[in-house]
Design a binder for this molecule. Structure first.
Ligand SMILES: *Cc1c(COP(=O)(O)O)cnc(C)c1O
Length: 337
């Protein structure tokens, strides 16, 4: 049974054309730098994101960690959102593996970190304190896009304080497509950018870290140390190339589907959605129901949702408009609405 899975955009399966690209990929030993498909993906990603170089990583978690390890040393500090993926959902890797101290900051409702607050938390140059080295932003954050002028101000502030600026751009192309700008208008403010291929872009595995030649060379050393250097990984890189070539502009469909689904669910009296906060492929629905029962009912119809009362819905490549219509019908049936 095909499941309509709203839990995350990580659940997509490669389609026929992507599988074909994977199966016919030319490969070699990437640890020797001899996998032509990986080399092509890294060059392509760097070109697309407007950086000197890029490195293919098994996950976004590793790609973010590489950036942190490149920018910060032992006893250094990075400024990061209190609810940012890097801080919350990556096992504390920066602290465990890099001896890097996080300074978390609660984001405003629009997903930005207030730069005046951030600036006040930069530690003085004094032996009592950790050395603040880096500001890490996330775009999109909980589906929200950081405004371009905000990025410019963040860049200006970090330069003024001699800080590096990293972007967790797991869903950066959702932001670029929604803003209708070249992704370089987002990336050009940052020293490094991590971009997931395995979210909305639909590849089964992988992220790329993009940055300067020097930083990516350093990242390559850390990736090896972390066990992330792989051999004939061109099979996976081929999926990444396919994703970057074919699955970016279609992200608009995911945004449209999210808005349609949210609008129609919000019309059900037991469902409350902050409609004005929906920007991309993610929204949160407060559902006044016994979630376990609702989830079971939906599961029997082939629909998976997150069981939290404030349930996160994510649309993606494997959810069509028909799936959205079907889902709305099932919700209406459950709530007899
Ligand atoms: C998914 C995600 C990552 C990386 O996740 P992996 O599962 O390790 O690939 C990083 N940041 C954000 C915001 C994410 O959503």
């Amino acid at each position: 049974m095909k499941m309509i899975d709203f839990r995350s955009d990580t659940v997509t399966r490669p389609g026929k054309a992507m599988l074909e690209a994977m199966m016919t990929a030319e490969v070699g030993d990437d640890v020797y730098g001899e996998d032509p498909t990986v080399n092509k993906l890294e060059a392509f990603a760097a070109d697309r994101l407007g950086t000197e170089a890029a490195i293919f990583c098994p996950s976004g978690t590793q790609s973010n960690l590489l950036a942190l390890l490149v920018h910060c040393g032992r006893g250094d500090e990075y400024l990061v959102g209190q609810n940012a993926h890097t801080y919350v959902f990556e096992g504390g890797g920066a602290a465990v593996l890099g001896s890097i101290q996080p300074q978390p900051i609660l984001a405003d409702n629009d997903g930005t970190l207030n730069l005046n607050k951030v600036e006040k938390l930069i530690k003085p140059d004094d032996f009592h304190f950790a050395r603040t080295r880096l500001l890490c932003l996330e775009n999109t954050h909980l589906g929200k896009i950081l405004p371009l002028d905000y990025l410019a101000r963040a860049r200006e502030m970090t330069l003024r304080h001699g800080l590096k600026l990293h972007l967790d751009g797991a869903r950066i192309f959702n932001a670029a497509v929604k803003l209708n700008v070249d992704v370089k208008q987002i990336t050009n403010h940052f020293d490094s950018i991590s971009c997931c291929l395995s979210k909305g872009l639909g590849a089964p595995v992988g992220s790329v870290l993009c940055g300067s030649q020097k930083d990516i060379k350093e990242a390559r050393k850390w990736r090896k140390m972390l066990g992330g250097a792989m051999r004939q990984t061109g099979f996976l890189a081929a999926a990444g190339i396919y994703a970057l070539e074919n699955n970016i502009t279609r992200l608009k469909e995911d945004h449209d589907n999210a808005l349609e689904l949210a609008t129609r669910l919000n019309a059900i009296s037991q469902v409350t959605i902050a409609m004005n906060e929906i920007q991309t492929n993610i929204f949160f629905a407060k559902i006044d129901a016994e979630m376990e029962k609702l989830c079971q009912f939906l599961k029997e119809k082939g629909i998976l949702i997150n069981s939290d009362r404030l349930s996160r819905f994510v649309t993606h490549l494997d959810i069509s408009r028909e799936d959205v219509e079907f889902t709305i019908g099932c919700f209406k049936a459950y709530f007899k609405n």
